[in-house]
Design a protein around this ligand. Structure first.
Ligand SMILES: Nc1ncnc2c1ncn2[C@@H]1O[C@H](COP(=O)(O)OP(=O)(O)OP(=O)(O)O)[C@@H](O)[C@H]1O
Ligand SMILES: [Mg+2]
Length: 350
């Protein structure tokens, strides 16, 4: 409705401009003819006619030149931009338009074209990330779902002895727990990436928070007979406790997961130049240079055979959290010898 009204107003104003122009030209012509008649008497009409034709001729030439200029300078770029935007809105992000002038001599259209090219490049990158993400998530969901499907069928078999049935039930429980973890991690990562987060800053005694996190893994540490050594100074930082918990949990869980039985894990916490420095070292399999380049990527796992549990989301979450909280994370590692993850958080006090 509003659109219709504004269209009508535009048409009306165009009509009024046309009317005023015609009236002005007619008025000026009458005045010029009157002046010519006063001066030249009966010769006024042919002189006026020649003058009018000459004026009309020049007006026509000027209009033609302006028309050609508009065609080249305005209609062509507007047409190209229009075609490109049509393709973009229909989902084609491969569109790139060539600028009409060389770099350094850009006009307004070239600037719009450059911005449009940048926008489509950004959109196609996001599109690739989105499709990669969707296919990774579907892939990671497929395996546990297949396990749940198969075991839930198998458990129905009445001939199963009790021991096997209990084993199947345990597998079902463990797989659905893995599925829950995966979904929790995806949701958490999604929230962090969409910046829908409000951090709650409080004073955190890091030594207590880290010790608390270690305690959660007691069973796993015991099962693998790992030796765990914690040297934690009494260091306090102002940060978000629940987000920091994601960091400690994932780093400690990785150290346990990637260290063989009877291995060693060492955790230290120190205050250095106003930073809290946490080092989590293990004597596990270590990380090669090539793997090290990707460990913070979503869904990346050094071992593509998926021999270990997990989906490759832990370190992506850790990195995102540390970026948001304004810290740093780095890793030092040697294949076969072990790895050390170093986290630095600003604003530490003892
Ligand atoms: N302490 C470590 N020792 C050796 N390799 C590690 C260690 N921590 C991480 N990695 C490597 O980095 C990869 C990514 O780690 P990340 O925590 O993101 O995923 P994950 O532990 O495999 O799965 P998830 O964390 O989702 O359970 C791991 O698959 C592993 O190859
Ligand atoms: Mg992990």
């Amino acid at each position: 409705m509003k659109n219709r009204k504004s269209k009508f107003l535009v048409a009306l104003s165009g009509f009024l401009v046309f009317l005023v122009t015609v009236a002005a030209i007619t008025g000026i012509s009458v005045l010029v003819y009157g002046a010519a008649k006063n001066r030249f008497g009966d010769n006024a009409l042919p002189i006026f006619a020649v003058m009018t034709v000459t004026v009309l001729f020049f007006a026509l030439v000027c209009t033609l030149i302006d028309g050609i200029r508009r065609k080249i300078m305005v209609d062509r770029p507007v047409g190209e931009i229009f075609n490109a935007t049509q393709r973009i809105t229909s989902g084609d992000f491969t569109v790139r338009i060539k600028t009409f002038h060389p770099y350094g001599r850009y006009d307004e259209f070239d600037c719009i074209i450059c911005d449009l090219n940048k926008m489509t490049a950004e959109l196609s990158k996001t599109e690739v990330l989105r499709t990669d993400f969707v296919s990774n998530v579907s892939h990671e969901l497929k395996t546990p779902l297949a396990i749940i499907q198969n075991y839930s069928m198998a458990i129905k078999d009445e001939a199963l002895d009790n021991e096997t049935r209990t084993r199947y039930a345990a597998t079902l429980a463990a797989t659905s727990k893995r599925l829950t973890n995966l979904i929790t991690n995806i949701l958490q990562l999604n929230r962090l990436e969409n910046q829908e987060i409000k951090t709650e800053t409080t004073s955190i005694r890091l030594n207590e928070a880290i010790a608390q996190s270690v305690l959660q893994f007691e069973d796993k540490i015991e099962a693998k007979q790992l030796e765990i050594d914690c040297d934690l100074d009494d260091v306090t930082v102002k940060s978000d406790a629940s987000y920091l918990e994601i960091v400690w949990n994932n780093l400690i869980s990785n150290a346990i997961k990637f260290t063989g039985p009877q291995g060693k894990i060492n955790i230290t916490l120190k205050e250095e130049d106003g930073n809290a420095v946490v080092k989590i070292s293990d004597t596990g399999c270590g990380i090669s240079k090539e793997t090290g380049l990707h460990i913070f990527d979503k869904f990346y796992q050094g071992d593509t055979s998926h021999a270990q549990e997990g989906n490759g989301l832990g370190l992506a979450l850790v990195k995102k959290v540390i970026d948001i909280l304004g810290g740093e994370i780095s890793v030092e590692s040697e294949v076969g010898k072990g790895s050390t993850f170093i986290v630095k958080l600003r604003g530490a006090s003892t």
